[in-house]
Design a protein around this ligand. Structure first.
Ligand SMILES: C[S@@+](CC[C@H](N)C(=O)[O-])C[C@H]1O[C@@H](n2cnc3c(N)ncnc32)[C@H](O)[C@@H]1O
Length: 195
């Protein structure tokens, strides 16, 4: 199974899929940050990579800087950036790949393109934090929570100040990555009641 993790520098979702036997690659404009990940990472514009016909599944984490509702107070100054960011999301949604998940926080994708198929929280996947995360799904079942835990601290409070703060905040959580790999990397799609 050939899996593309679009807009991922961390390698977290890619490695989760590889651990379950998928031939998974990440792609980001940035180099990957995990040791040994180079072999399975494209430092490239993902729009060039999705043209290859080999992908069975893509999970994409497009930038939310100009889309997230949490930044609404700046919206009036960034119409052009928003238009470009939405165009990028549409290009990912329209990629010629059978199964697609687009991940983003609560954002204007919901009002400008379509509502998400599912909203998940870290605390449903073993992390005692809140961060509403929207999933737009094509031919994929909804993710089933794997481990509901206590703890409802907003995720933003875990990030320390500094130039790499955005990276800390944007890395996918391992519990969610593992759930994606287990539930979407296997061969059970047709049997899942949420499909
Ligand atoms: C919100 S971050 C996602 C980080 C991801 N969750 C992870 O764990 O690495 C969005 C990423 O999209 C990347 N990006 C933006 N435009 C891109 C493009 N055209 N092709 C590939 N990556 C892109 C950025 O460099 C950034 O790392």
């Amino acid at each position: 199974m050939n899996v593309l993790i679009a807009c991922e520098f961390s390698g977290i979702v890619r490695n989760a899929f590889r651990a379950f036997g998928a031939d998974a690659y990440s792609c980001d404009l940035l180099p990957c940050e995990d040791d040994g990940g180079d072999e399975f990472h494209f430092t490239a514009d993902v729009r060039d990579i999705i043209r290859e016909s080999k992908w069975d599944l893509m999970i994409a984490h497009p930038p939310c800087t100009h889309l997230a509702v949490s930044g609404a107070r700046w919206f009036k100054n960034k119409a052009v950036e928003q238009r470009d960011a939405l165009r990028f999301v549409r290009q990912l949604m329209d990629a010629p790949i059978d199964r697609i998940c687009i991940e983003n926080p609560i954002s204007i994708i919901s009002s400008q393109i379509r509502k998400p198929d599912q909203i998940i929280q870290p605390w449903q996947f073993g992390h005692g934090e809140t961060k509403a995360t929207c999933l737009w799904l094509k031919n994929l079942p909804k993710l089933v929570p794997t481990k509901i835990v206590d703890g409802r601290t907003p995720r933003v409070h875990h990030a320390s100040p500094g130039p790499d703060r955005w990276k800390e905040r944007s890395r996918t959580l391992e519990g969610i990555a593992n759930a994606m790999a287990i539930q979407w990397g296997g061969w059970e799609w047709d049997k899942n009641p949420n499909a």
